[in-house]
Each structure stands twice: as C-alpha cells, then as structure tokens.
Design a protein. Structure first.
Length: 99
C-alpha cells in the first residue's frame, strides 16, 4: 500500500518505482516549482473543484503537473460520494461570435 503526503510525495512500496518528477516544463522549458493548487476537475458531466492539490507549476507559463498517484486520488475523489466541504453556483453562458 502507498500513501500520498500533502506535498505530493509517495511513501510505501510503490514509491520506489514511481516515475521521477519533471524538472522543466514540457511546453516552454520553464522552471517548475512545487505548490498547492485548486483544480477544476471534470469527469463526464460532473465538475468538482478540488482544493489544495500538490503539484508542480511552471513559473513561466503556469502549466500544472501532477504526480500519477495524486491524479488517481483526484479521480477517486470525484467519483466518490464524499460530502463536499462547500457548494458554489456557476453561471453557464453560450459563446456568441463577435459581430
């Protein structure tokens, strides 16, 4: 069994075989820094906001990178029936072409 710490590092059996974190952004080659971010996670027709997710974020373009174990945990959280800590109302609008 493996556990994920708040900083995104894994502990346990699978931690030894986990893929290494990237050092540079794949897109712009900027430097990555470890941060806790909020994620708008879409799963089918569901949209959930997950708070304080450990990730690496590019300082130059803002691209977010998640460890595979963290991403799996987000997937499990979205499909679970866990009670949300808060609810928000979101307005949905249709894009109209500029005239």
């Amino acid at each position: 069994m493996s556990l994920i710490r708040k900083n995104g590092n894994m502990i346990g059996r699978r931690a030894k075989n986990a893929e290494p974190w990237l050092g540079k952004c794949y897109f712009c080659k900027g430097e990555l820094t470890e941060r806790l971010v909020n994620v708008d996670f879409r799963w089918g027709r569901k949209l959930k906001v997950i708070l304080s997710v450990p990730s690496r974020v590019c300082r130059q373009c803002g691209e977010k990178y998640f460890h595979s174990a963290v991403y799996k945990s987000m997937e499990k959280l979205v499909v679970s029936r866990a009670k949300p800590s808060a609810r928000v109302v979101i307005d949905v609008v249709q894009f109209k072409k500029a005239v």
